[in-house]
Every structure is written in C-alpha cells, then in structure tokens.
Design a binder for this molecule. Structure first.
Ligand code: TRP
Ligand code: SF4
Length: 405
C-alpha cells in the first residue's frame, strides 16, 4: 500500500455541545471515531463557538454540556491515548484564521451554503440573521484548515461545509501561493533532495500530470513527506509543483461520510433531540426499559391476534440495528402470523440496548468521579492542538505578508 503523507492521514471532527448525547450520536458518530483513532492521527473537539452561533441568547446550555459531552466521548471509547481531544475556544488560533479567511471569502459562497437557509427555516424560533451564523461554515473551514486535516468525518448535512472548505483553501493557495520565479524555485528544490529522490519525484509528477495517475500523486506526496531535510517553503512548492499550480499552504480536505446506518428514533424517524425521540446514553436503565416498552408499533396491529407488518413498525428498525438474522427471522414470521406479541418482540431490543449501554455508563461514572482527569485530558489535547495551529497560522501570516512584527 502507498503510504499517505501525514497531513492526509490527519483526521479532524467536531461536535456542538448543545445537550445530552444519545444513541444516535453513538451509532452515527462516536463508533466511527473510535475506529478511526486506531488508524489515523485524530483530533476531536468540542465546537463551543459553533454552538454559540445558534444559542447565543442562552449560552448556559453550552457550558452545561461541554464536560458531559467529553465524558460521553470517553465513555463511548474515544481514547485520549490515541486521539487528541480539545475545546475549540481553548485554541484561539481558529478565530484568527477564521478572520483572515473571511477577507477572501465571497459573500455569495456563504449565502449559497444550503444549511444557511435550511436552518433559518427550521429554527424559526431563533433569530439566525446574524453575522456569526452566516460565518458558521467558514469557521468550520478554519477548524479544518488550521490542522491541515486530510479527512473530515461528517454526516451528509455537513458535506457542503467541507466542500466550501475546499474552495476556500483553493482560493487561498491561488492568491497567496503564487510567487515570482515559482518554477525555478521548484526546480532548485527538487535538486536539493538528491539525485535519486529527485528522479523519483520527477517520474511521479510526470505520471500524474500526463496520465492523471493518482497513485503516482500519492506516492510523490509520501516521498515529500518523508524528506527530513527540506524546509517548509520548499515543501509547499514541491507539493504545489506536483499538481501544477503554486505553493500549497492549505491542503484541501475530503469529507469522510459515516457509513453507519441511520439510528432510528423511538418513532421511526431519525433519532434527534428536536424530534423528542431519543434515548440518551446516560438515561437510567429502568427508564430506557420503560420507554422502549411503550414505544409505538405498527398501528394497524390493534389486537394481539391481528397480524402486523414490520415494515410499518419502528421496532423493526431497531431490530435492524441490534438483532442478528435469527432474531430478525423470528420477528418477521412472528409478526406477520401474529405468532408473537409486540411486548415479546421488543424484549431482544431492550436487552441489546441495555447490554450496549452498561459499559458506557460504567465508564462514564469513572470519569464523573474524576473531574480533574477529564480537565487534564482536555488541557493536554488543547496544548497539542495549539502547537499545530500556531505553526499553520505562522505560515498563513507569512503567505499573507503579515509577518512584519
Ligand atoms: N458543524 C458540525 C456539526 O454541526 C460541527 C463542526 C464544527 C465540525 N467544526 C467542525 C465538524 C469541523 C467537522 C469539522 O456537526
Ligand atoms: Fe412491530 Fe414487533 Fe409488534 Fe410486529 S410484533 S408490530 S415488528 S413490535
């Protein structure tokens, strides 16, 4: 396998602290993070400033949710030994990059991001006609670009934000990556790598530019990444020269779509706080049991001996998430023949949810009892994040001629 350069294997994602995490977060996001942390260099953060764009009139929910959210991440298996965990506002560099990027971002790009109008429609009770809310996706771009993240695990609704990030990065590189004598400087830089490496680089570059060979591109990037003794400027030039343009200061990220099936809510719609159909990760087991026992079923199945149709029943969707083929067959046959009752049918789901949630709640309890440990995990993560963020911001300031301090 071709190794990918560090910046392309860096993964970054954030979550807004606006309430308790539920099973939808667990299956949709956290399980995915837990897997990614083994494979990539991961940065996961609490997007408290993003929460402020919609909750500026009631910020107490943010401060209430921040630590609980971090505890839920840890309880779900996000491991601070593998992934870096931090809070957005603890890395103020995000704000500076956001401001600098705002200078070059056309207003229309932000007005056209679908979530801008959608959310204003959906959240009618909130006043979202603010400067901050318009800038929401650009702040997200700054979050991503400041770490030169290559991959951004997000849901469908966030893909447009990653796309905007790519456009902003391209514009930035185009505006500030150009320099007089770029080609000559790139050629000088190639020579500096030594004969053998230079020849390889040239071969890869040719294969990519003439035949669009993406493996060659990846190989060339890996080659550059492994060069210890070229300086930052030359490195950016050589990355840029590969693809033909100028220096690449801010690399374009890719969205990494979560492949997990959508977690159904208690009513069969997507699980979401705004639909009031959730089970929170830290709900009491007795309450979870009660809630599942009373969740709606196929409404045409009024009496016990009426046959039902799993396709019209939210409980079936839960079986799709939690049950193996044997149980699923049992449901299909039993429901359609009225051979099983709905309470009976729910039992395997109840058992599976309680089994899943038990170790999560136990781990959560351990962290609840050690608030200083949670704070120090975040302090360490924020420091590590800040080191990277500072380095990128330095390059950005240089590129924008803001280095006259
Ligand atoms: N907007 C994201 C959401 O609502 C949260 C977020 C903020 C984010 N900054 C990010 C996600 C950067 C990925 C990368 O889910
Ligand atoms: Fe739903 Fe199961 Fe009842 Fe059928 S038996 S209606 S699938 S709960």
């Amino acid at each position: 396998m071709t190794p990918v350069p560090a910046q392309h294997s860096r993964v970054l994602s954030g979550m807004r602290p606006t309430g308790k995490l539920h099973l939808g977060h667990y299956h949709g996001v956290l399980e995915n993070w837990v897997e990614l942390q083994h494979e990539y260099e991961c940065y996961f953060f609490v997007a408290d400033w993003h929460a402020l764009t919609t909750h500026y009139d009631d910020p107490s929910i943010i401060s209430e949710s921040v630590w609980d959210m971090v505890i839920d991440w840890l309880a779900a298996g996000v491991n601070p030994g593998e992934a870096r965990l931090f809070i957005q506002s603890r890395v103020p560099e995000h704000a500076e990059l956001h401001l600098l990027l705002s200078m070059i971002t056309p207003l229309g790009w932000l007005e056209r991001v679908p979530s801008y109008k959608d959310q204003q429609e959906k959240l009618k009770e909130r006043d979202l006609a603010t400067y901050g809310f318009l800038g929401y996706p650009l702040l997200q771009s700054a979050d991503i670009l400041i770490y030169k993240a290559g991959q951004v695990p997000v849901g469908e609704d966030q893909v447009a934000h990653v796309e905007l990030t790519r456009e902003v990065a391209r514009r930035f590189n185009h505006l500030y990556g150009r320099e007089a004598g770029f080609e000559e400087k790139a050629i000088q830089a190639i020579k500096k790598m030594g004969k053998k490496t230079a020849r390889l680089y040239e071969q890869y570059r040719k294969a990519y530019q003439e035949q669009g060979d993406h493996e060659a591109l990846a190989a060339a990037r890996a080659l550059l990444e492994s060069q210890q003794n070229i300086n930052m400027g030359d490195r950016e030039r050589l990355f840029g020269y590969l693809e033909g343009g100028g220096r690449i200061i801010l690399p374009e990220p890719q969205p990494l779509l979560t492949k997990a099936p959508k977690m159904p809510g208690l009513d069969g719609q997507k699980m979401s706080k705004s639909y009031g159909n959730t089970i929170a990760l830290r709900d009491q087991p007795e309450d979870i049991e009660k809630t599942l026992r009373t969740m709606p079923t196929d409404t045409s199945r009024v009496r016990r001996n009426d046959p039902g149709d799993p396709e019209k029943c939210p409980v079936w969707q839960w079986h799709e998430v939690y049950s193996d083929d044997d149980v699923k067959n049992w449901v299909q046959t039993g429901c359609r023949s009225a051979g099983i009752g709905c309470v009976e049918c729910k039992q395997p789901v109840i058992d599976a949810v309680l089994r899943e949630i038990k170790p999560i709640q136990e781990r959560a309890q351990e962290y609840i009892e050690q608030p200083e440990l949670v704070r120090s995990i975040i302090a360490e993560g924020s420091e590590a994040a800040r080191d990277l963020a500072r380095a990128t911001l330095d390059e950005v300031r240089h590129a924008m001629s803001l280095n006259y301090r």
